[in-house]
Design a binder for this molecule. Sequence first.
Ligand code: DGL
Length: 257
Amino acid sequence: MSARRDLPVAFFDSGVGGLSVLREAVKRMPHENCLYFGDSANAPYGTKSEEEIRSLTLGHARRLYDMGIKALVVACNTATSAAIRPLREIYTDIPVIGIEPALKPAVRSGEHPRVLVMATPLTVQGSKFHRLLDQYRDWGEITALPCPGLMEYVEKGELNGPGVRSCLEKLLKPCLERGVDAIVLGCTHYPFVRPLIREIAGENVQILDGGEGTARELQRRLAEMDLLTDRKEKGEIVYMESLPERIPLCRELMKMN
Ligand code: DGL
């Protein structure tokens, strides 16, 4: 059992976005070894069909599983929406953790708040998201905002240039004019442009993402299966990318807060 405890936790995303989840996991569990795989060569996932995303995700999950891992974190809302169910059916011996837009804390942020959910087109079209909406629609006024084209800026490492600023302004301004109390970052790439979203939305809007909640759930599931490492030294992070030239960007993004 102790050998199993020292296996790495694998994190998967369509690109560099899942690092916003990995960094939360590292904050909570600094001794764990982690493996990060970003599929930037096939990004974006959010404008692909559900079948394509499922097939890419299942293929990558198989390779990660075969490397020897103790848990799989699908650090991508889009891949979670398309593939979490088959993944959980296939890998029954390890925790398989997905991520979904943080609607619950958002609707609790005020009295019937106006909540804007930024996510990929695939995520907001998916039945998983519709079930989530049904669960919380009485608690607030929830609007889904598909953001095609936004993740590409993060993939390029452009977190504050004129291109990403104008993309965000075009997306957000019409909604902000109607009034927004909370914004949910429903794609793991978006926390990296949070400072810019904050600037555009102003100080009075709450901005939430699912990274911390997902890291907490991972910790809970590892503890439940007695899989938390007992090593005392800092864990190792191994970065893998289908576009290897993105690895330096991965390291840079991990240093951001
Ligand atoms: N990072 C991904 C998510 O959380 C998707 C970005 C994409 O590939 O479109 O949804």
